[in-house]
Write a protein of this length. Structure first.
Length: 391
């Protein structure tokens, strides 16, 4: 199915409804969907993907098996560095392809029956015959959509994963396949977390991997506590010990009870406020992936910007993450309070990722929404839609 076709936004779940899929399979059981997207056409061809891998702003990896040994190289790669597709046993992985291609971003958008806060990215792998990355385990849900060519997938549960030592890849030592399928273009395999899987190309092929964000408690707390240390809020008392008596130098290495007690008390009594937690969660979940940067468009004055958005409309840049909760909208790691007058349009922008001219006709030059949209446009987070030609 071509990206611009009438059903290009339908969830690619074959004959299952979204509710059936979520009840029966999401985080529960694998699912093979034959012709999840009938007549599917890959959003990028091999040449376009290889061109992306040559860009130093794109995360890419080359995995190869040579003489029985696994090898891993990190991009960027010039086209001449990559083996020919007529060869064997190599795979090019391009992470976050949705950040660099409108067609790939449109494909990722078909999975918005799940929250944007859970969607991570769309990785594309290009493989020669026999190419793969070995049996491995993901800690997150993944959809494996065959773009072109054929890939054989073997899957199996792994209760206590063990890794092969001394390898540059996290390859399972104790993988045993329970099920096996050959996927052709348009077929898709869903796997919940914790299922080992091994995909081997049967001839040259391309596979789209839709992955999900699943922060661990350690990851979240490490980020939250690091920020809390930088911006603790409120008074910042410092330890003092006026009146301390001199001690015997032989006991100088002993941690004093009063110093230990005060630090322990600070640790036990520190509590973030509900507002601090709520705001951090929104900014944390809307933070763009590492290495993402935005191109600032030519500067437009506020009034001229207003005239143009009412003629053209606006759309979020494909790299922009926009979420909302309560009265706050979170955009690319920043928080913006929504008033009653801005709430409807900002929530609509977050949900649809665009606002048409009809949505913006009532925005006046002194409207409080206008400076927000204007600032996001100046930062490259928001784009003007192409002007429509009048008859």
């Amino acid at each position: 199915m071509k990206p611009g076709s009438a059903d290009s936004n339908a969830p690619p779940l074959g004959g299952l409804s979204v509710d059936q899929f979520m009840r029966r399979h999401w985080q529960r059981a694998p699912l093979l969907i034959r012709q999840a997207i009938p007549d599917f056409e890959a959003p990028l061809d091999a040449a376009a993907l290889i061109a992306l891998a040559a860009d130093d702003s794109v995360e890419s990896r080359l995995v190869a098996r040579r003489r029985g040994r696994w090898m891993l190289e990190h991009g960027p790669f010039d086209a001449g560095q990559l083996p020919p597709l007529s060869g064997r046993n190599w795979t090019l992985l391009v992470q976050g392809a949705d950040l660099h291609s409108d067609a790939v971003h449109a494909l990722l958008s078909r999975f918005r029956f799940l929250p944007d806060a859970r969607l991570d990215d769309l990785m594309i792998s290009l493989a020669a015959d026999g190419g793969g990355v070995g049996p491995h385990l993901d800690s997150y849900d993944v959809f494996l959509l065959q773009a072109w060519g054929r890939r054989r997938w073997r899957i199996g549960r792994v209760a206590e994963p063990r890794l092969l030592p001394g390898l540059p890849l996290r390859i399972l030592a104790n993988f045993e396949a329970e099920q096996e399928w050959l996927l052709e273009p348009g077929d898709m395999l869903y796997l919940p977390p914790g299922w080992g899987h091994d995909g081997i190309a049967e001839g040259p092929c391309m596979t789209c991997s839709i992955g999900f964000r699943a922060p661990s408690r350690h990851e979240f707390l490490a980020a939250f506590l690091a920020e809390a240390a930088d911006f603790p809020g409120g008074p910042d008392p410092r330890f003092g010990d006026r009146g301390r008596r001199a001690i015997d130098p032989a006991a100088a290495a002993l941690i004093p009870d009063d110093l230990h007690g005060k630090l322990a008390d600070w640790a036990r009594r520190w509590r973030p406020t509900t507002a601090q937690i709520d705001e951090f969660i929104g900014r944390y979940l809307s933070e763009p992936k590492a290495g993402v940067w935005f191109d600032a468009p030519p500067s437009i004055g506020l009034r001229a910007f207003n005239r143009r958005i009412r003629r053209q409309g606006v759309a979020l840049d494909r790299r922009t993450r926009m979420l909302w909760r309560g009265n706050t909208v979170y955009v690319n790691g920043e928080a913006e309070r929504m008033t009653a007058s801005t709430r409807t349009l900002l929530q609509r922008l977050a949900g649809r990722r665009h606002l048409g001219p009809a949505d913006l006709q009532t925005v006046a030059d002194d409207d409080e929404l206008l400076p927000i949209l204007h600032q996001w446009h100046k930062a490259g987070w928001l784009r003007l839609l192409p002007a429509t030609k009048r008859p």
